[in-house]
Design a protein around this ligand. Sequence first.
Ligand code: NAD
Length: 247
Amino acid sequence: MLMDKVAIVTGAASGIGRAVAQAYAREGAKVIVSDISVGGGEETVKLIKDAGGDAFFIAADTSKADDNERLVKQTVEQYGALHIACNNAGIGGPSAPTGEYPVEGWDKVIAINLSGVFYGCRYQIPALLQAGGGVIVNMASILGQVGFANSSAYVAAKHGVVGLTKNIALEYAAGGIRANAVGPAFINTPLLKDMDSDTINWLVSKHPVGRLGEANEVAELVLWLSTDKASFVNGSYYAVDGGYLTQ
Ligand code: NAD
């Protein structure tokens, strides 16, 4: 489905980003695996190559505009063009009510989870236009649609990602770029590693399907949005949440 396409996946050293990179490669894309974690990124490349795919690791910190510019430049140098970008890198951040929220924590979450997505799109869009069009999939969250107590930075950043994605769709539809946002509920990845079992059980109870999601279940939605099968799908938010948002 993605033969001859070149894709960037940020935050691809772990969890959902790794699963997206693997899904893209499985479908024939050449995948730029990007992350701040060199070890994890190289492991993702190895997993893809061992499965017969094509991937290359480029270290980049999405919270730095210059890193995003370099990432796109090196992608085009490596594989000749850019057709697909999944802006997925993200962190959880501190847990505290807004009136007590650590300011440094706010700044860090916004820098990675919101500015990082903007910087990515900012430099990917000219390359996508150069290629005659392409696809952006930005990783939001169910918390891009509803609140979650003690997580104001994360909730604000993910709502921002949804808004940014709508604007890109509006501005670049005529240029052949489709941009959509994906909203996972709680997914079984290292992002949840610091939660105790009581918290995990409480989270499970909030999902009507009675379990958390798996990274590959998110990756399949991202993959579909990234293919021509989704050719009329633009500017929208797609939940992958086991029914979380129905309540
Ligand atoms: P994860 O921790 O397994 O993976 C996140 C990856 O992002 C890591 O490899 C990490 O090194 C990388 N990263 C962090 N900061 C970075 C930076 N500044 N520059 C580049 N890379 C950076 O987490 P995950 O669960 O796979 O999360 C991926 C995305 O999905 C995030 O945007 C997250 O907010 C979103 N999400 C996750 C869940 C969940 O429950 N796991 C739910 C909804 C949305």
